[in-house]
Each structure stands twice: as structure tokens, then as C-alpha cells.
Design a protein around this ligand. Sequence first.
Ligand SMILES: Nc1nc2c(ncn2[C@@H]2O[C@H](COP(=O)(O)OP(=O)(O)OP(=O)(O)O)[C@@H](O)[C@H]2O)c(=O)[nH]1
Length: 357
Amino acid sequence: MQVVLIGVGQAGGKVTQVLAEFDQEMGFDAVQGAFGVNTAKADLQSLSIDTMLIGQDRVKGHGVGGDNELAAEIMQEESTEVMDSLDGRISTDAEAVVIVAGLGGGTGSGGAPALAKELNRVYDVPIYVVGVLPGRDEGSLYQANAGRSLKTVVRESDAALLIDNDAWRSSQETLEEGFDQINDQIAQRLGLLLASGEAVEGVGESVVDSSEIMNTLRGGGIASLGYASAEAADDPGENVNTITSLTRKALLTGMSLPNAVDAEAALLVVAGDPDCISRKGVERARKWLEEETGSLQVRGGDFPLESDRLAALVVLGGVERSQRIEEFMDRAREAHENAESRDPVEQFENDELDDLF
Ligand SMILES: Nc1nc2c(ncn2[C@@H]2O[C@H](COP(=O)(O)OP(=O)(O)OP(=O)(O)O)[C@@H](O)[C@H]2O)c(=O)[nH]1
């Protein structure tokens, strides 16, 4: 799937850069362009992708210090300049724009929904937001910001793919130490998914294409992504069980939003050497996903890759009614009650937190 990536805020910029590098190193060419926008000059200086500093008049390049309402205002005020600099980068080949942001901070959580709204006004392609949720032990401002931002992100984007900072982190590390590792995991998984829609080798009925990714996300709301991989046997017959168990592992322990399996739609992509991928395995795993997610819209396909491993990628669309999101919203609501926080995008009323979905 041909995409343009826009990282908003510190986490957004870092993840965007790692994702663009992964795509380039693997030779996938799904990422057409990568761009970073921030209110903090220092965060942009550490990036090698093209960047744009916003809000200079208001915060003098020092960032918004967690104030996501201010960030949303800045993004709205400078939308013409931001859209102008994006204009040449979003070509007619782009099938989607992907905004990446940490939803716990200020710039990302306020700027991302404001930018999504503006992009949706101008472009016909879907505007997706990849939002990083704060881990459980992050402070209450982060939780409150993310809760409020999530509502507006869901409203302004065509789908919000969420990554819980607790999901793909190894337990020994503190969150700070773990960021690079989490970012690599995001880049690998999201990078593979985007590239799967680009596969040309061995094109056949069973190969996934961009439209299947987009159709899985078409219902909007909240989406998540899961992954698991293992050594492949040479004989596809021996890989039937490998594919089904990888799919179980991806859904049950490898999702970017753990414990959120009730979904409106799902997509299973099995990546690996086409000679090793078992049709029977993919079909069985797809059926199992149908039962497990309660969705009647479960798509499945291959991503032919030169590799001695097999990987299962699972995309879930419409997971907002799941227990995991409810838990997160409870945490955000609690944090919100303890800290006066304001709306990132104007129309949002305080009491709307009570009837989010
Ligand atoms: N996965 C991941 N999360 C990060 C990273 N850096 C920060 N975060 C998370 O993102 C949130 C903070 O957002 P930032 O992107 O640092 O903040 P910002 O949007 O730049 O906003 P301000 O600093 O307030 O202007 C917190 O929940 C952090 O845990 C990163 O490199 N990777």
C-alpha cells in the first residue's frame, strides 16, 4: 500500500523515521514519503527525515509541555502552511496518509486529530492515525491526554490503529529504555503490513492487496495489529499447524492492543516463501479467526517473501467495544477527574468522556 507518513510530536517523529528506514532497508517501497511535524525544535533536530517546526510564535520552539489543546490550536492556526508543505509530498499514487503520534503527550495528541481533520477535508484517500497509548505506569496527564485525544482521533480519522506501549515491550526494561525496541517492533509489523499490499511477486488470487487492508479498516473506529513468526518447514503440508498456531499466537499474545479480540472485521496475512505457505493452513487459521473475533468479515491472504520463516499478521478493525479499550478509558477517566485537562479539538465537551462509544 503506497503511503505517506506524517509523524506529529516526538514519538510520532521517531516512529515515522524508523518505519521509513525499515521500508527502505527491506526494499519494499511502500512508503512514498516521511515527514515530521513538531512544536519542539530539539525533537526535530534529531530526525533525518524532512521536518517542519510549528507554533514558533506561541512556544518559541520549546514544545507545548503536554498541553494538547494548545497543540490543536497551533495545528489549526498553521494548517495552511502545514498543508502547503505536504502538498508536493502526497502524490496521486498515494493510497493513504498515515499520521503517527504518541497520544499521551501534547503535540501528538492535540496535533494529530487536528491534522487528520484538515487532511480529510482536502484529500480523498483514507487518513489513518497510528496512535501510541501510554503504558500503565505513565503519569495521569499522559492518560488523560490520550483518553481525550482518542475520542477526537477516532472522529477525525478513517481509522485509528492503536499501539499500547505496554504491548510489545520486554518486561525487564523501563519504558524509556524500551522505546527503541518498541519502535523497532512497530516499524517491522506495520512495515510488513503496508508492504503486503504492495506484493507483486507470485501475484495470484491468494495474495493480499491494498484494498483488503483498506476494507478491513473501512468501518472506522479503533483497529489493532498482531504478529507472530516461526521457522518454516520446506513442505507446505508440514506448515498447516505452524500457520494456525502462529495465528493463535498473533491474536492471543501478539496484538498491539492486548485482550481486545471482539472485532467488526479482520485480516490475516501469512508472510513467507510462497512454496511453503499452506492454503489449507491459511484457510483453517482464517476460520479460527472468524470464531474468535465473532466477525463475519475475516479476510485472508499471502504475502510472498524470500524468507526461511513464516509470519502471521492479524489486523482487527472495529475493536472499540472490547474490554481492553474500556479499561483504558476507565484509567483515562480517572486521570481526567484528577487533573483538569481540556479538549484537543474544540467541539469536545468534558462530559463526553462518559459516553465515548
Ligand atoms: N513507543 C514510543 N512511545 C514514545 C516514544 N517517545 C515518547 N513516547 C510516548 O509518547 C507519549 C509522549 O508523547 P511525546 O511524543 O513524547 O510528546 P509530544 O507529542 O512531542 O508532546 P509535547 O512533548 O508535550 O510537546 C508518552 O506516552 C510516551 O510514553 C517513543 O520513542 N516510542
